[in-house]
Design a protein around this ligand. Sequence first.
Ligand code: C2E
Ligand code: SIN
Ligand code: SIN
Ligand code: FE
Ligand code: FE
Length: 382
Amino acid sequence: MSQEEDLFIHQDTLAKLHENLPLTEKLSFLHQVIRQDFPFIDRLAIALFDEKTEILKTYAHSTEGNDSPVTTYEAPLSAAPSLRAIIEHRRPRLVQDLNIFDKGTQEHTQRVATKGYKASYTMPLYQSGTFIGFLFFNSLQAHPFEPKILRQLDIYGHLIALMVINELTAIRTLLAAVRAARSMTHYRDLETGSHIDRTAHYARLIARELASSYNITDEQIEHIFLFSPMHDVGKIGIPDNILRKPGKLDEAEFDVMKTHPAKGREIIDAVLEDFSLETFGHANILRNIAEFHHEAIDGSGYPNGLKGDEIPIEARISAVADVFDALTSRRTYKAPWENEKAFAMLRKMSNAKLDYDCVEALLKNTDKVLEIQQCFRDEEIV
Ligand code: C2E
Ligand code: SIN
Ligand code: SIN
Ligand code: FE
Ligand code: FE
């Protein structure tokens, strides 16, 4: 070995973090690194707090054996007194033996304990002083955490906090920029806020139902939820006389309308470039939803005529959410349909236009569909 090469014998242990990986993958990588020194750390998990709804939801985890006790869990923070106490103290909480928690409570901590975890170290995460969520270090052993170990875990904890903040900031920037683009056109008059909320919630309902069979992570579910309502951003490039036409579009007009998915993709790419977010991993979920939400399972869709699995799952999910809400909402060109009629239409479109599993996932949850509709009603416009 030359003297020069001697200078480069060490590979930075965390070099993998330079790569553009989803947070879930960065977290499992860090977990492996942590386990080299502390093999008793069996699980790392992040739960995020939504300030608007005061709901805490699981976001990412890395679990030995991958049997996570709490995926797709969400609950009001008020239902978790032991976690609330952490925020009140503004300090991490150390539980050397989870048996101290009353078996009667239903909260996150309890669900972790019932999976055999004996100890946990929980750090509250802050962004510029504002509480944003929790990071959990769990162990199947009791009493594993010594002060020296905790000092190491604190450093990892802050590293993970910065990674989370980085992701959340990227998502916020992206959503704000796409929203700003939309609000600069008349298009916002056509799609109401409630339509946006409903589409997001239908998409999340479907994604959650399919999560285990399609290996969709909590992190991906959250991004499908956030990005589904942006599917039609390309409509801002469609002239008003077509977009707002009260009647049926003729063939030429529909050909123009069919350019909206590609236009959406272009707008999103431009926004990503302007905000230097091209490497933001989850941008693909947004791009795919915008570009492929009108592709059809049988290949008859647009713009690319993709078939079946060639259509990304997030686009297949968004398509069902979009069509169902389009059918049950008033459009300039149609009256709203009753749910039963819309469900029947989804069934008819299933396997040809729409993905069978995505349609079934929605139809299986008609009670939740009703809840979403009740929660996000359109104001009657006279
Ligand atoms: P959109 O209003 O958001 O509708 C999204 C999709 O929902 C439609 O995609 C279609 O698959 C489904 N959909 C909506 N209404 C109906 C309906 O009455 N019957 C059935 N069977 N399906 C329906 P599609 O067809 O590719 O249309 C894309 C966009 O083109 C629509 O978005 C809408 O903005 C526009 N559009 C489609 N048809 C008409 C029309 O007759 N008149 C006008 N003014 N716009 C139309
Ligand atoms: C912050 O305090 O906002 C930075 C995140 C952290 O390291 O906890
Ligand atoms: C808008 O179109 O004005 C809002 C977009 C969104 O919140 O999804
Ligand atoms: Fe569309
Ligand atoms: Fe749409």
